[in-house]
Design a protein around this ligand. Structure first.
Ligand code: NAG
Ligand code: NAG
Ligand code: NAG
Ligand code: NAG
Length: 191
């Protein structure tokens, strides 16, 4: 009698185990479908980023008479604390007229004297090559030949990306235009 009473409960346990396994598999499948099946690739060496690109950032500051071309504007007075908000062009080559890669949307402010700024912005990609964002922050010690910003995250084609963007001042024309070369290296990519 005891043996008979055990069997149904074992069956019950087995069937609930099967339901549980099936549920886990469905959840996993749904997860794969939702994430597009991408997998995290973490670079194992500083010399081998999982993705890299070189692009050019153009800062065209509003000077009172260049409304048609300006993509950045100062929102405060003075040098210390000067805040510049921008929607700048980022191109493939040095020339402003070369192919648009992304828009750089964000701000910088001068947090020391003229040679020390702090950046926070998104590279917004919307082309056939890439769609999504990379988000960059960090100090820009302008007197240094190169400066590194952290790539702290991304979306779309750059889902959960992390890395470093090295800035180099490529051109500085008066108070109202400068161009930065940005070498972006990602060390965590979903591919
Ligand atoms: C525009 O403004 C800048 C800065 O004030 C000045 O140097 C330049 O001569 C002006 N250009 C014209 C066409 O007014
Ligand atoms: C915009 O830039 C072009 C090319 O540098 C220049 O010829 C033009 O005068 C500028 N327009 C304004 C409104 O500043
Ligand atoms: C900067 O200061 C000048 C003079 O006080 C003022 O006319 C101007 O509106 C100020 N600009 C900003 C962006 O605060
Ligand atoms: C992205 O590009 C598409 C196709 O060119 C366009 O329809 C869309 O408005 C763009 N989106 C943004 C946010 O610029």
């Amino acid at each position: 009698m005891q043996g008979l009473s055990i069997k149904p409960s074992t069956k019950l346990q087995l069937s609930s185990l099967l339901v549980a396994v099936a549920t886990v598999m469905l959840v996993l499948l749904a997860g794969v479908a939702h994430g597009g099946g991408r997998r995290l690739v973490v670079s194992s060496s500083e010399d081998e980023p999982c993705k890299k690109m070189t692009v050019y950032y153009h800062d065209i500051l509003y000077n009172g008479n260049n409304t048609g071309n300006a993509t950045a504007a100062a929102r405060t007075n003075g040098t210390f604390g000067l805040l510049v908000v921008f929607d700048n062009l980022v191109t493939e080559e040095q020339a402003l007229s070369s192919e648009l890669v992304a828009r750089a949307q964000g701000f910088y402010f001068y947090d020391k004297e003229e040679d020390n700024a702090w950046f926070a912005f998104s590279l917004v990609f919307n082309s056939t090559a890439y769609r999504g964002t990379l988000n960059l922050i960090g100090p820009d010690l302008i007197a240094e030949k190169t400066r590194d910003l952290s790539v702290v995250g991304g979306t779309g084609d750059f889902f959960m990306a992390r890395g470093v963007a090295t800035l180099r001042t490529d051109s500085f024309e008066g108070l109202y235009y400068f161009r930065l070369q940005m070498d972006i290296k990602l060390y965590e990519c979903y591919v």
